[in-house]
Design a protein around this ligand. Sequence first.
Ligand SMILES: Nc1ncnc2c1ncn2[C@@H]1O[C@H](COP(=O)(O)OP(=O)(O)OP(=O)(O)O)[C@@H](O)[C@H]1O
Length: 330
Amino acid sequence: MVEVGTTGASGATGSTIELIKLTKRYPGSRQPSVDSVSMRIDAGETVVFVGPSGCGKSTTLKMINRLIEPSSGSVRINGEEVTGVDPVELRRKVGYAIQSSGLFPHMTVAQNIALVPRISGWSAPRIKARVAEMLALVGLDAGEFHDRYPRQLSGGQQQRVGVARALAADPPVLLMDEPFGAVDPITREHLQDELLRLQRELRKTIVFVTHDFAEAIKLGDRIAVLRERSRIAQFDTPEAILTNPADDFVSGLVGTGAALKRPGLTRVRDVEGTGCPTVSVTDPPQQILRGRPVKWLRRGDLMRAKGSLERAGAEQTHAEREDDERGRKA
Ligand SMILES: Nc1ncnc2c1ncn2[C@@H]1O[C@H](COP(=O)(O)OP(=O)(O)OP(=O)(O)O)[C@@H](O)[C@H]1O
């Protein structure tokens, strides 16, 4: 029997996901579209795949829930190979939300949300209660929306129903493939905020695909920057990627515009010297470092630190936050 989620000391209800040398070669293609990708995603973490069009983000994502079968390599959810999991069970474990919302047009909002609980064999009263709970969770009034059809909803409302449907069976893992790609920028920002709020509450393991780097830095605990064939160019926290891009490819994707959208992030060269200690070039580095900020620590880093902060967080490099986040530095 598959274990559905874990509620560990960190309070996360998600599952770990491991991609092990995951490869997809489509029939007739000379090159693999995904070439031996390996990564580990922690329980309760939001990881965003970002990269240029056609680099293999969606293919990688869809191999996690077996919408696409890998050519080789494997995916493990909480240590269990997904190929060994019954498809119905897999759908219950792995919620899936996509750009076009993916709602069935001939089903009402309630029927769409009830889909996975129904195929999982839930009782009618339990499904009814869950639909009401999900509508409330995504901020839609049940009285107004329960019996509407998708065509009677705005794009943003359809996306909300898509997210509600993906969460209905309380899966520990949520896969989101450009779920907010088809809505206007204001609605998109609103849906992103809603997702952040939901995730603070639910602590699922979320894998989110986007080609919008600003969206990646807003939503991701970590970002996997992918280049062609889903090769990992950098896999790190938004702060680390912004302040220390691995190479020119990553720098190009980050772009100055995206970096400046991160509130409170300032280049060191632009920071006023007031209040900074003055040292001589001959002073020993360790002495200079003593008592000074060395790392960025986020709440998730502290949760995962397991006793020592030595490997937690991201090294502070050439950029500095000027805002009240200073208090969170170790
Ligand atoms: N069914 C298929 N048959 C053959 N090739 C495919 C198939 N699906 C995708 N590909 C190819 O695999 C590569 C990766 O596609 P994928 O959709 O995973 O990229 P992506 O990074 O998600 O792109 P986008 O950001 O444009 O959605 C592309 O070159 C694409 O043409």
